[in-house]
Design a protein around this ligand. Structure first.
Ligand SMILES: Cc1cc2nc3c(=O)[nH]c(=O)nc-3n(C[C@H](O)[C@H](O)[C@H](O)COP(=O)(O)OP(=O)(O)OC[C@H]3O[C@@H](n4cnc5c(N)ncnc54)[C@H](O)[C@@H]3O)c2cc1C
Length: 431
């Protein structure tokens, strides 16, 4: 466990990182390697590592470490790196507020409210799960309704089983992984119900977590009512209209169960960022960032799920290294601010991060599509519609981030431009 007692704390740090998940840990190490001497990570949990600690399945680290690790193994590697770099980690410390002078107000178990000054801040608070309230499922309020991540925590960290017969609402990755986990623990998983006509999790999880265990996936179907007094007894499910998503109640059926897991997406944890009055992207629900992962206030950087929901932790690490390097350069007075191109979303692109880039550097731009497409083309186009860059893609899914690598040679001559990203079907183009 990493816990620095508050009496070891300095009154001021070069960089304070809020959140000790993979994003915060990776950013802290890189900040120190890039010019920051004193770096502090604060996390509200008793241990650093973030969501990774409860993800005991493998599937982490192929890009970052070139091998397949479990979540705790991945966390262990970056925690070890923070220890080597002598970075202060304060656990059991909740960041309540960050004022305009970059003073971080913390609530710690040992010292109550503490104020720490920072020359630069990295926001790495991750994301939280959407709950039943977010989609207003009608019915009673019995026990046995969990978010999938909470159920994962109960099973993997506390050794508690949520029930004996489970229904899963939503085909996000957490729900898929929990379908397999519950099955392995002897719980009957009756089915996964997904309102959209396509799965919302990675294809590898559909195959490895559902198909391999004969768990049915019902697309275009949702839970329309929860029944039970003290404990959930059954749910009513119904197919939905493909366009309006309205349920066809005349074709509804009942599914007996004592557990309902809800896996309907994550929301970036941005209460602090809102208090700081940062500019936000309404689609990602995270702060708008430059290619240095700098937010709309100088010296405030962000990375990981707090900026946008990532599919793989490896990309969280890559993004956090950019944010950490920038924070280190900022305190050393050497952060170059060269962004001169604004990126905009166009056809079938829900969002892109970062929001601005420079013509002088290579960049990775992360984006997500609105709907699945096979045999498609990604284009970066000028306002007059003329393409600057074209790349063929075999397929795209909303659940999988697209990583677009842009090199200075592609962007040369577009200083000051607004460029739009489109992903269109090649079949449609040819028609
Ligand atoms: C169930 C599940 C399965 C996954 N499976 C895979 C997989 O197989 N492969 C893969 O590559 N990725 C997987 N991921 C994704 C990966 O775990 C996440 O992308 C990654 O953990 C995000 O890192 P983060 O640091 O941004 O956020 P988090 O890991 O959520 O860390 C954020 C940290 O910030 C802290 N915090 C928040 N607010 C405050 C505050 N105000 N004060 C102090 N501390 C605060 C939290 O306590 C937390 O420790 C999975 C995720 C989940 C949930």
């Amino acid at each position: 466990m990493i816990t620095s007692a508050p009496h070891h704390l300095r009154a001021s740090y070069d960089v304070v990182v809020v959140g000790g998940g993979p994003a915060g840990l990776e950013a802290a190490v890189t900040a120190q390697m890039s010019g920051a001497e004193h770096v502090l990570i604060v996390d509200r949990e008793p241990e650093a590592g973030g969501v990774l600690l409860q993800c005991v399945h493998s599937g982490f680290g192929l890009h970052r470490f070139g091998e397949e690790l479990t979540g705790p193994e991945y966390a262990q590697r970056i925690v070890a790196s923070t220890l080597e770099h002598d970075i202060d980690v304060l656990a059991d410390a909740y960041a309540l507020d960050i004022d305009e002078h970059r003073r971080v107000k913390l609530m710690t178990t040992q010292a109550g409210v503490t104020l720490i000054e920072a020359r630069a801040i990295v926001l790495a608070m991750g994301a939280r799960e959407r709950t039943r309230a977010a989609i207003r499922i009608p019915g009673t309020r019995p026990a046995g309704v969990f978010t999938a991540g909470l159920a994962q925590r109960l099973v993997n960290l506390y050794g508690l089983l949520p029930g004996q017969r489970a229904v899963i609402l939503g085909s996000g990755d957490i729900g898929l992984i929990m379908a397999r986990r519950l099955t392995l623990e002897g719980i009957e998983v009756v089915g996964v119900f997904e309102i959209m006509p396509h799965p919302n999790g990675l294809n590898r999880n559909i195959v490895q977590c559902l198909h391999d265990f004969n768990i049915p996936l019902h697309l275009s179907t949702t839970v329309v009512e929860i029944h039970g007094q003290n404990r959930i007894e059954k749910v009513t499910v119904a197919p939905v209209d493909g366009d309006t998503l309205e349920p066809h109640l005349d074709r509804a059926w009942e599914v007996p169960c004592d557990t309902l897991l809800i896996s309907i997406g994550l929301i970036p944890e941005n209460e602090l960022s809102h208090q700081m009055r940062l500019r936000f992207d309404p689609v990602t629900r995270g702060p708008i960032v430059s290619s240095a992962m700098e937010c709309s206030r100088n010296g405030v950087f962000a990375c990981g799920n707090v900026v946008h929901i990532h599919d793989l932790v490896d990309f969280v690490s890559a993004e956090a290294m950019v944010a950490g390097r920038s924070a280190g350069q900022y305190v050393a007075g050497m952060l170059p601010r060269l962004d001169n191109v604004q990126l905009q979303t166009g056809e079938n692109v829900a969002y892109c991060v970062p929001h601005t880039i420079s013509t002088e550097h290579a960049h990775t731009v992360y984006l997500r599509v609105r709907k699945p497409l096979a045999a498609c083309t990604l284009q970066l186009v000028k306002p007059d519609g003329i393409p600057v860059y074209t790349q063929k893609l075999r397929y795209v899914f909303p659940a999988e981030m697209v990583n677009l690598k842009l090199h200075p040679a592609i962007l040369a001559g577009f200083h000051g431009a607004v460029l739009r990203l489109n992903i269109t079907s090649r079949t449609t183009e040819g028609e």
